[in-house]
Design a protein around this ligand. Structure first.
Ligand code: SF4
Ligand code: SF4
Length: 220
């Protein structure tokens, strides 16, 4: 029928209009549920339309939201040297290889003999090139690079502000826990189990070696 599509479209608009008020009334009758109106309206099961007074009000960010990557340090204090020392990154370079637009640069540390030390001397990410894919965080074997929730980064200059260096990238593990609690707990458990398995294998190897030595001594 001619014009049926328009009627259907208006019907959708009208449904959203009514649902907006229904949801607001539902929220105010259920007050005390521990959510703000914005949290309630942003939940996937909520219907209708809502507005947000940004930047006075900020959206509720789901745990899996990803913006730009940051590096994790196990030191929670403000001292820059300790933050660097407790950096989880081993400068293995896997994230830089996996990054599709190649916006990660890592400078490896070497000791006096020129041997590699598992610590980055510097680490840069060009945030204007980063496409927020999260591959670096997916591929890192040490849970050392994580996708951040901080999206309010607008400023006036590209350089050096948008090419983040090591100092800028390092954030404490406590912050990681705060923004991604479920992932943090799951990955820490994985790391703990992997460490346990490594220790168990090392102990078994040492025991086997000791047994072989004892057997040899007996024969002699
Ligand atoms: S962040 Fe992870 S993958 Fe990237 S260099 Fe450091 S340890 Fe390797
Ligand atoms: S999020 Fe993607 S594009 Fe950005 S640094 Fe990581 S791998 Fe590269």
């Amino acid at each position: 029928m001619l014009g049926w599509g328009v009627v259907k479209g208006l019907g959708v608009t009208f449904r959203h209009f009514v649902e907006t008020y229904v949801e607001d009334i539902k929220y105010f009758t259920k007050r005390g549920m521990g959510q703000t109106l914005l949290e309630y309206r942003m939940a996937p099961e909520s219907r209708g339309i809502y507005t947000m007074q940004y930047p006075k009000e900020k959206p509720v960010i789901p745990e899996r939201f990803r913006f730009l990557p940051f590096l994790v340090t196990n030191y929670e204090g403000p001292e820059a040297d300790k933050r660097r020392e407790a950096n989880r990154c081993t400068s293995c370079g896997i994230c830089a290889k996996a990054c599709p637009p190649q916006c990660i640069w890592i400078v490896r540390t070497t000791n006096k003999q020129g041997r590699p030390v598992p610590q980055p001397a510097d680490f840069h990410i060009d945030m204007d090139i980063c496409m927020n894919c999260g591959y670096c965080a997916e591929f890192c074997p040490f849970d050392a690079i994580i996708m951040d929730h901080d999206y309010a980064l607008a400023d006036e200059k590209r350089e050096p502000d948008h090419v983040f260096g090591l100092e800028h990238l390092l954030k404490p593990a406590g912050y990681y826990h705060e923004i991604r609690p479920a992932q943090f707990v799951a990955r820490e458990e994985e790391r703990r189990l992997a460490e346990e398995e490594k220790r168990r294998k090392a102990a078994a190897k040492a025991a086997a070696l000791a047994a072989r030595k004892a057997a040899k001594n007996k024969e002699a």
